[in-house]
Design a protein around this ligand. Structure first.
Ligand SMILES: [Fe+2]
Length: 394
């Protein structure tokens, strides 16, 4: 039989059945089947005989039934089969938390019978979750869908993490219902933990590598011993003061560790020269920003470390080097690093001069606010030292 012929027959049956039922009251309350579902067709549907989008009132089996109308089963059967045969555990819940229907996958997942699940109600299915399923559904009652993760309790007392996806709908009498799909996520949680552990190990390895590079640089330039590490710490703390997320602050700390890596390509004689540098020598030292970029550019870091190193001597008014970038052309990380680098350099001894002292160094940074340096990191830096009691890292 073709689908159209089948539909025609169904319509004819619907018409005949709806004529018989006109004026009758809801009859579904005593109708059911062996699968735990009972149903009725609401009066307005009976009048029209429409079967599409027929609202279902589904309650737990408990009373015997006569055969349900085949005209209704045509449409309801699809939804019912989906519910019953779904590989995902599914529950039908009333707004008060009462469980109205359970599929076989739910029985398998919870290790309980249909009746045991119904009697447990939603509270009895939960393990050590802080949020109850009922509260979760109530909180999102106005949303069409609810997603969440909860701890559930099996019949044998063991717990398992589950993801829920709930869809709110209305029953035949306009009562609020929720169809709740529950998927066990034990394997996913384990995989997430392993992935997080692997990321942590990778981050530690990367930081160790950067630290090793930093130590190498400082071997060739003993006067900058600790400079890169301190610059990284100050830059990260300025970023934190600016409200950057922790992971980005940590990235900046790592960039600080190697920001002068290009000095490895500069003759040590120049780096440790105690007398004033000539203009030519200064130009040679200035190449360390580009050299640093060239050393790092082919390493696939998760953030643009080579570019930040390249830009750490740029100034927002375009007076910096090597490219004379201005304002937003300079990465925010490089703008913070510029403040931290300058401050640390001025506040500590250099081969060719003694430290200016912290207060004078801070005054110099303040003097460059809005011209050499981005005002935001300058303000954050001054707040840290002058208002928050921040100390120069050792
Ligand atoms: Fe530098």
């Amino acid at each position: 039989m073709t689908l159209n012929k089948c539909r025609l027959r169904v319509r004819q049956r619907i018409k005949s059945k709806s004529e018989q039922n006109t004026g009758s009251e809801i009859r579904g309350a005593s109708e059911g089947n062996a699968n735990g579902f009972m149903r009725h067709m609401p009066p307005n549907q009976k009048k029209t005989g429409r079967t599409t989008a027929a609202p279902l009132e589904v309650i737990l089996a408990g009373s015997s039934s006569k055969a349900a109308s085949p005209t209704i089963l045509v449409d309801e059967g699809v939804y019912r089969a989906y519910f019953e045969r779904s590989m995902d555990a599914m529950l039908l819940m009333a707004s008060g938390g009462r469980i109205l229907a359970v599929n076989s996958a739910a029985c398998e997942l919870f290790g309980r019978t249909e009746m045991e699940i119904a009697q447990a109600s939603c509270r009895g299915l939960l393990g050590g979750s802080s949020v109850s399923l009922k509260k979760l559904l109530a909180k999102h009652a106005r949303s069409r869908n609810v997603r969440g993760e909860l701890e559930f309790l099996r019949g044998d007392g063991s717990q398992f993490p589950g993801e829920i996806i709930a869809v709110h709908c209305q029953g035949a009498s306009n009562e609020a219902l929720s169809v709740v799909v529950i998927r066990e996520i034990t394997d996913r949680r384990r995989a997430e933990k392993e992935a997080a552990k692997a990321v942590k190990q990778w981050e530690c390895a990367m930081q160790g590598t950067l630290l090793a590079i930093s130590n190498m640089v400082e071997h060739s330039d003993p006067y900058t011993a600790g400079h890169q590490r301190r610059v990284g710490i100050i830059a990260a703390d300025i970023a934190r003061e600016l409200g950057w997320p922790n992971c980005r602050c940590n990235e900046l700390r790592n960039v600080g560790l190697v920001h002068d890596i290009g000095k490895m390509a500069i003759p040590t004689d120049l780096l440790v020269k105690a007398t004033p540098l000539t203009i030519q020598e200064i130009e040679i030292i200035k190449t360390h920003a580009l050299k640093g970029y060239e050393i790092l550019k082919d390493v696939a870091f998760p953030y643009p470390i080579a570019e930040i190193v390249y830009q750490h001597h740029e100034r927002i008014d375009g007076s910096g080097y090597p490219r004379g970038l201005k304002g937003d052309e300079i990465l925010p990380e490089a703008r913070i690093l510029a403040v931290a680098d300058s401050l640390e350099a001025m506040a500590t001894d250099r081969p060719y001069r003694a430290s200016l002292g912290l207060e004078m160094a801070l005054n110099e940074i303040e003097r460059g606010r809005g011209t050499a340096y981005d005002p935001d990191p300058v303000d954050a830096c001054l707040r840290l030292f002058r208002e928050n009691g921040y100390k120069m890292p050792d």
